[in-house]
Design a protein around this ligand. Structure first.
Ligand code: GLU
Length: 475
C-alpha cells in the first residue's frame, strides 16, 4: 500500500502556524513512508472562502517548501461527484430525504430543551414523520445520512490511542442541503476515498467529525483511513494560540525575518520529539518522523526558542540558502547587494550575531551603502580628539597596503597600537565607528576587509574630518 496523506485547509484566512504544523506532519509522514502528499482546498463554504486566502495558503506552503505531489484540488470543482455519491446512498437506502423545515426543527429543539432532553434530530419524531409522509414532489428537502442507531464508532488514533464514540450521540447528518450543495463532512469522505488517502493527520477539533465520517465510509464500503489527531498549540500564556499572540500567519514569520527551515524545525518539535535532539536537517526530520511520537498534550509556543533556532539556522545553514531568503529583506530595506561584497561573505561574517534576517539585512547595510552621518552615540564616544592620531596613522598604513586581506588589516591595527603605545580598543573602536558608522560590528579587520579599500579610505577620511570639525566647534 502506498501511503498517501493530505493537507486540506479551508481557505477562510491565511496559513497559520497550527495549519502549517499539521501540513508539515502530513508531509513528513508521506515522505518518511516513501508515499505521496496531496493538497486539497476545502472551499465548500462559499461565503467564508476567498481567493485571497487560497493564494495565502499556497504562498505559505511554497515558502515552507512543503511541496505537494498532487493538487491543489478544489472541492467546489467536485460538486457533481459528491452529488453522484449522495444519489448512490439514496438509492441504496443509506440516506433519505427530509422535508422538515428549519422552523419545525427549531420548534422540536425548543420542546426537547423544555423537557430537559438532549436536543437532537430524530427522524422518528412524530412531527418530522408526519411532514415527510405528506411531502410532495418539488417540496424542498435536505438529504440526511442514516447514521447507525446502535453501537459505537471505534478507531485507533495513531496519537491518542483507541477512541470510541457512541452512535446515539451522532445525528443523521445532512449531506446535501436544500439548495443542492453537499456538506463539509460528506465531501471530506468522498475526497479522501477518491484520492486514495491512507492517513489523515489533522487537529483534535475534528475528532467528532471523524466518527461521523467513519460511518459514511462504512456505508460506502470504502476503506477507512488511519487517523492521527494532533493536540492544540497554546500561546506562551497557556491560552489557545490566536491572533492575540502576535505573528500567527506563516508569512508574518517571513516578514519578521525567520528562515523557513528554522520555522519548520520549530514546528516539528512543537509536539513531536526524537530523543532530546533539537535541530534536524530536513532529511533527518523525514527519516526520524513517526506519528506515534507526536505528543497527546497541547504544546506551548515559545518565541524565544524560535529566535534561538533561527539564529542557529542563520549561522549554520549554507550561506546560499540564507542569501536566497535574505534577498527579500534586502529588497524591503532598499539595499542593493550589487554595490558591495558577495552577500554570502557578509552572511558568514555578520550572520552569527543576528537572530533574524531583518537584523542581518540591517547589519549588512554599511557594506553596500555609503553614509553621511555617524551614529551620534557611537561618534560622541569614539570619534574624539584622541582618536585622530590612531585614525590618521591607520589611514596612512591602509593606503599603503598592496595586498588587501584580513590578516594585513589586523597587522595594521597591531602596528598602530605599537607605534602609538595604545591598547587595541583605542584604535579598533574609532576605526569601527569610522568604517561602519555604528558602534557594533564583527571584528573590525574582517569587517574592513569586506567593505573594501576605497570605501574604508573614504570613510576614515570622513571620520577625521568629523573630529576636526568637532574640535573646531569646541574652540
Ligand atoms: N478543512 C479542515 C480545516 O481547515 C480540515 C479538514 C481535514 O483535515 O479533514 O480545519
Amino acid at each position: 500500500m502506498t501511503v498517501k496523506t493530505r493537507f486540506a485547509p479551508s481557505p477562510t484566512g491565511f496559513l497559520h502556524v497550527g495549519g502549517a504544523r499539521t501540513a508539515l506532519y502530513s508531509w513528513l509522514y508521506a515522505k518518511n513512508q516513501g508515499g505521496e502528499f496531496v493538497l486539497r482546498i476545502e472551499d465548500t463554504d462559499l461565503e467564508r472562502s476567498t481567493q485571497e486566502a487560497v493564494d495565502a495558503i499556497l504562498e505559505g506552503m511554497s515558502w515552507l517548501e512543503l511541496n505537494w505531489d498532487e493538487g491543489p484540488y478544489y472541492q467546489t470543482k467536485r460538486f457533481d461527484r459528491y452529488n453522484e455519491v449522495v444519489d448512490q446512498l439514496l438509492a441504496a437506502g443509506k440516506a433519505y430525504k427530509c422535508y422538515a423545515s428549519k422552523d419545525l426543527l427549531d420548534e422540536i429543539r425548543a420542546e426537547q430543551e423544555a423537557n430537559k432532553e438532549h436536543p437532537r434530530y430524530d427522524a422518528n419524531h412524530p412531527k418530522i414523520k408526519a411532514v415527510n409522509e405528506a411531502a410532495k414532489d418539488g417540496d424542498p428537502y435536505v438529504v440526511r445520512f442514516c447514521n447507525p442507531k446502535e453501537g459505537s464508532v471505534v478507531f485507533d488514533d495513531q496519537i491518542r490511542g483507541r477512541i470510541e464514540i457512541r452512535n446515539d450521540q451522532l445525528d443523521d447528518l445532512i449531506i446535501r442541503r436544500t439548495d443542492g450543495s453537499p456538506t463539509y463532512n460528506f465531501c471530506v469522505v468522498v475526497d479522501d476515498w477518491d484520492m486514495g488517502i491512507t492517513h489523515v493527520v489533522r487537529g483534535e477539533d475534528h475528532i467528532n467529525n471523524t466518527a461521523r465520517q467513519i460511518n459514511i465510509y462504512l456505508a460506502l464500503e470504502a476503506p477507512v483511513p488511519t487517523f492521527a489527531h494532533c493536540a492544540m498549540i497554546l500561546g506562551d500564556d497557556g491560552a489557545k494560540l490566536s491572533k492575540r499572540h502576535g505573528a500567527v500567519s506563516v508569512m508574518q514569520y517571513r516578514d519578521e525575518g525567520y528562515l523557513p527551515n528554522a520555522l519548520n524545525n520549530y514546528l516539528v518539535r512543537l509536539g513531536w520529539s526524537h530523543g532530546d535532539q533539537e535541530i534536524f536537517t530536513r532529511d533527518e526530520m523525514i527519516e526520524y518522523f513517526s506519528l506515534d511520537a507526536i505528543s497527546k498534550s497541547a504544546s506551548a509556543f515559545n518565541t524565544d526558542k524560535l529566535l534561538w533556532l533561527n539564529n542557529q539556522y542563520i549561522k549554520n545553514s549554507d550561506p546560499e540558502y540564507v542569501a536566497k531568503h535574505l534577498q527579500w529583506h534586502l529588497d524591503q530595506q532598499g539595499i542593493h547587494k550589487e554595490n558591495g561584497p558577495a552577500i554570502t561573505d557578509v552572511i558568514q561574517l555578520v550572520g552569527e550575531r543576528c537572530n533574524t534576517l531583518v537584523e542581518l539585512a540591517q547589519q549588512s547595510r554599511y557594506f553596500y551603502e555609503d553614509f553621511d552621518d555617524f551614529e551620534p552615540g557611537a561618534a560622541k564616544k569614539h570619534l574624539r580628539g584622541v582618536a585622530k592620531a590612531p585614525l590618521s596613522l591607520a589611514l596612512e598604513k591602509i593606503k599603503a597596503l598592496t595586498v588587501w586581506n584580513t590578516e594585513n588589516l589586523h597587522q595594521v591595527i597591531a602596528d598602530v597600537c605599537e607605534a602609538l603605545e595604545v591598547g587595541m580598543g583605542k584604535v579598533g573602536m574609532p576605526l569601527r565607528v569610522a568604517v561602519t558608522g555604528i558602534g557594533q560590528s564583527p571584528s573590525v579587520d574582517a569587517t574592513m576587509n569586506l567593505i573594501g579599500k576605497a570605501r574604508v579610505v573614504q570613510r576614515i577620511e570622513m571620520a577625521i574630518a568629523f573630529i576636526e570639525a568637532r574640535e573646531a566647534n569646541a574652540q
